[in-house]
Design a protein around this ligand. Structure first.
Ligand code: CUA
Length: 358
């Protein structure tokens, strides 16, 4: 018989009572933080469009099946560990080899289960891969940038940024790509996520309910894409069809000709050119930069800089004073907006001009 000496390492273990209390605190904290947000604007388990609903209808039954399997397997492990535990040093279990019935059961059972789940999953994959058809379908090319989203309305002939406007109740075909690194487009309440990969065109369809006109859905870049990945949000805004048509007509307009501008607005436009803003930003009919967001109709949006700031004068002023301070960027590597060292007076003029871009 082997003599056992107590191991000093295991002599001072935390008592089971303390461990139980620590676990209870951890579980409590997890539940508490999960319940933090009442609105949960990015909760994929609270779908608001037909496509997200269909995904939810797949997730829920699969989760129930997985939960049953989990409880069954873990339960059996616990029962076996307790019932067949070693009771003394020379306690050996009865030696058996194989049980044909059991082995057939636990081979066929999971195979059947996985086949059923697989069939439903595959049919959903084909459903997600389809493209919407019809005269009312809007086509948008979504281009990921470090760290904002560009939306090219290919049939309607204009470009905008960060806020994706769509007609409620209709399908929107989205073609995804990237200008730099891999991003991932994800409005969780409307659909699953799809990669935006440089040099590739991926597809997704988003669809909203007709009764949800006037709603806003938040989303997020879902692939780590560098310093400001967390600051690469997105917004989907829905309109009643007639309102969307009007919005699209407005977006397709060029900005007012520079010769028609007066006062501070004209001075701001001049600065916009002189400071090189136009080298990065397009203002249709004035400048043609393609590095940053198109600003032709900036004031038709409610957010800017990757949809992380509300478009207010105070926020614009803070932003223009020192953009990389407001949002981590790498202007020295040509990524993101640099600090242009503007004076307060220059900022006032630039804001007057930006305010005129309705
Ligand atoms: Cu783009 Cu993360």
């Amino acid at each position: 018989m082997v003599m056992r000496t107590p191991n000093p390492e295991t002599q001072h273990r935390t008592s089971p009572w303390i461990r139980a209390r620590l676990s209870a605190v951890a579980v409590g904290l997890a539940l508490f933080t999960a319940a933090c947000s009442e609105k949960q604007p990015q909760n994929a388990l609270d779908p608001e469009g037909p496509i997200a609903k269909r995904l939810d209808d797949l997730i829920n039954p699969v989760f129930v099946v997985a939960a049953i399997v989990f409880v069954l397997v873990q339960g059996l492990i616990i029962v076996a560990a307790i019932k067949f535990r070693r009771r003394s040093d020379d306690d050996n279990p009865k030696q058996v080899h194989g049980n044909v019935k059991l082995e057939i059961a636990w081979s066929i059972g999971p195979a059947v289960l996985l086949t059923v789940i697989g069939v439903f999953t595959l049919s959903n994959l084909f459903f997600l891969d389809r493209q919407a058809k019809g005269a009312e379908v809007v086509n948008v090319k979504v281009i990921g940038h470090q760290w904002w989203w560009e939306y090219e309305y290919t049939d309607l002939g204009f470009t905008t940024a960060n806020e994706l406007h769509v007609p409620a109740g209709a399908a929107v075909n989205i073609t995804l790509t990237s200008a730099d690194v891999i991003h991932n487009f994800w409005p969780p309440k409307l659909t699953g996520k799809v990669y935006a990969i440089p040099g590739r065109l991926n597809h997704m369809v988003i669809e909203t309910r007709a009764e949800d006109a006037g709603k806003t859905y938040w989303g997020q870049c879902a692939e780590y894409c560098g310093l400001s990945h967390a600051n690469m949000r997105l917004k989907v805004v829905t309109h009643a069809p007639a309102e969307f048509a009007q919005w699209a007509r407005d977006q397709a307009e060029a900005a007012a000709p520079i010769s028609e501008l007066t006062g501070e607005v004209a001075a701001g436009a001049e600065l916009f050119r002189a400071k090189g803003c136009g080298g990065c930003h397009t203002v249709e009919g004035f400048t043609a930069g393609k590095v940053g967001p198109d600003l032709t109709h900036l004031q038709s949006r409610k957010v800017f800089a990757g949809a992380i700031f509300d478009l207010t004068e105070a926020n614009l002023r803070r932003w223009l004073r020192d953009p990389p301070k407001e949002k981590p960027m790498m202007p020295n590597d040509g990524i993101g907006m640099p600090n242009l060292n503007l004076t307060e007076d220059e900022i006032t003029k630039l804001i007057a001009y930006l305010d005129s871009l309705k």
